[in-house]
Design a protein around this ligand. Sequence first.
Ligand code: SF4
Length: 307
Amino acid sequence: MTPARNSAVGERAPTGAAKAASKDKKGSGSASSESSASAAKAAKPVAKASAKPESRTALVRRARRINRELAEVYPYAHPELDFENPFELLVATVLSAQTTDLRVNQTTPALFAAYPTPEDMAAADPEALEQLIRPTGFFRAKAKSLIGLSAAIRDRFGGEVPGRIEDLVSLPGVGRKTAHVVLGNAFGRPGITVDTHFGRLVRRWKWTEATDPEKVEAEICALFPKSEWTMLSHRVIFHGRRICHSRRPACGACPIAPLCPSYGEGETDPEKASKLLKYEKGGKPGQRLKPPPDYPGLPAPPLGGDA
Ligand code: SF4
């Protein structure tokens, strides 16, 4: 683990911004641009840089506090890919490379109707399969992976998606990221999913300086109890998609700004920052996220885009 150097932040109670944002998100179906804007107005950054390096203990405390704040802001955090069983989640996750979950969710209903089982997909005509998944991009390579992994599941695992990471990563086109998504969300086995959002955010928060996904995974795992790993992944990815964007993070509207050593990397003006949030106004058909079954009373905010 590599603690932050020269950019440690003091641990302070969250400001009203975090609480305001949390309340807004938990409110009725209007959680969206209005609530985000009010959170933005309340945003009062920020932790001051300290000359002293952050101790390991302080880093662990700050990381866990960020996780708790994110849990309040995104109580509905969940995998944004639609699936009904481990095979569907595995296929959807392979398709999600280099595209949005929304695009995958628009593509998979027809795909799963045509090839509901690994046996069906293993026997697919490659060109027919390619046409079905074409909207997700890289469709030739993805079709090859899907047919290959389906055949391997049929031939080596009796037609059932295996529940061990060493078996999953042995399937064509399946890396650790995909394996952890499947293990965490279809088998309930805790794991950290290091995708582009996760890696970017944990480096901004100085939880790690590593760029290699396996090193990031190991270092972040060491900061949290195992029971938090899967939900932490969802929360961080939610935050990366909605607020802490790659190019223009909405720092002025960010509920965890007081705990973030990278505050100021993006737009700090609350009004301007609130316009960068990826919550659509009013909700467009097809873009509203489904609330997960565990949170039946909490509407998820609509997603206005994905990165
Ligand atoms: S949006 Fe800004 S303040 Fe918030 S987590 Fe990202 S870099 Fe930090």
